[in-house]
Design a protein around this ligand. Structure first.
Ligand code: KIV
Length: 289
């Protein structure tokens, strides 16, 4: 059997050095993470997008620490090789260094994650410095940062003016100086992402930010067609799992309504002598009454 050695940050850095692209996908549950890991995914993000994809919320904001830690632990039980990143939910790191360190620590100690991710550029640099100082690897996340959607004008591409692109370059530098091991760029122009990659010494990952980055992230429910509310421009759908599930549910309903399920092979038998003994018991109790 193939040995499933858990990937570490030096392993990911070595992939960057040998120009091997890093593969990265979200997961929010054990069976999905098991298949991603088995497929050979290098990294798994337990994203707060789970609040939308799993729980049906309209934004990521309602994700709580307890929810995130529970699903991170499920994913980590499945990930024997993939490097797992826990996504710090809204208000789990914004209030203070102390709150941020405590909650980042829960992802590692209770969830079993290998690192945490949080949103924000230069304004989050000190917070990141404090978490890293506590010994927890941090991935920065800039560009489209969904937790700040109302501040940045909604879920739309960022960094499309010279000024905004320069701000992203400054943010990336601030994150690097704060000690992140990786920066995730969400929905920024490919050329701006390329500039960030050229100037960075850390791993730069993309979700909707073009091919120059060291690796690519997508949301698993998007690529499987399991999220219907909207589809960002950068998503490529790899399977229509929704149709397969719908068909299975419709077939089950049809079979149950038609009395075709369960068939004899789906039922348990009782040994003949036990059945006869039961009949005898029934006879006796009828006589006695
Ligand atoms: O929660 C998530 O899945 C994310 C990605 C959109 C980057 O943060």
């Amino acid at each position: 059997m193939e040995e499933r050695k858990k990937l570490t940050i030096p392993d990911l850095q070595a992939m960057v050095e040998r120009k091997e692209k890093i593969t990265f996908l979200t997961a929010y549950d054990y069976p999905t993470a098991l298949l991603e890991d088995r497929a050979g995914m290098d990294m798994i993000l337990v994203g707060d997008s789970g609040a939308m994809c799993l729980l049906g919320h309209k934004s990521t904001l309602p994700a709580t620490m307890d929810f995130m830690v529970t699903i991170t632990a499920a994913v980590c039980r499945a990930a024997t090789r993939a490097f797992v990143v826990g996504d710090m939910p809204y208000m789990s790191y914004q209030p203070s260094d102390e709150v941020a360190i405590r909650n980042a620590g829960r992802f590692i100690a209770e969830g079993g994650a290998d690192a945490v991710k949080l949103e924000g550029g230069a304004r989050m640099a000190d917070r990141i410095r404090a978490i890293v100082k506590a010994g927890i690897p941090v991935m920065g996340h800039i560009g489209l940062t969904p937790q700040a959607a109302s501040m940045i004008g909604g879920l739309k591409a960022q960094g499309r003016s010279a000024r905004a692109a320069q701000a992203l370059l400054d943010d990336a530098q601030a994150l690097e100086e704060a000690g992140v091991f990786a920066i995730l760029l969400e929905a920024i122009p490919a050329k701006v992402a390329e500039l960030i990659v050229e100037r960075s010494k850390v791993i730069v990952l993309s979700i909707g930010s073009g091919p120059a980055c060291h690796g690519q992230l997508l949301i698993v429910h998007d690529i499987l067609s399991l999220f219907e509310a909207f589809t960002p421009k950068f998503v490529k759908k790899y399977a229509d799992v929704a149709s397969v599930m719908l068909q299975a549910f419709q077939n089950y309903i049809k079979d149950v309504k038609a009395g075709k399920f369960p068939a004899p092979e789906h039922t348990y038998a009782i040994p003949k002598e036990e059945w006869e003994a039961l009949a005898e018991m029934a006879r006796r109790s009828t006589k006695g009454s």
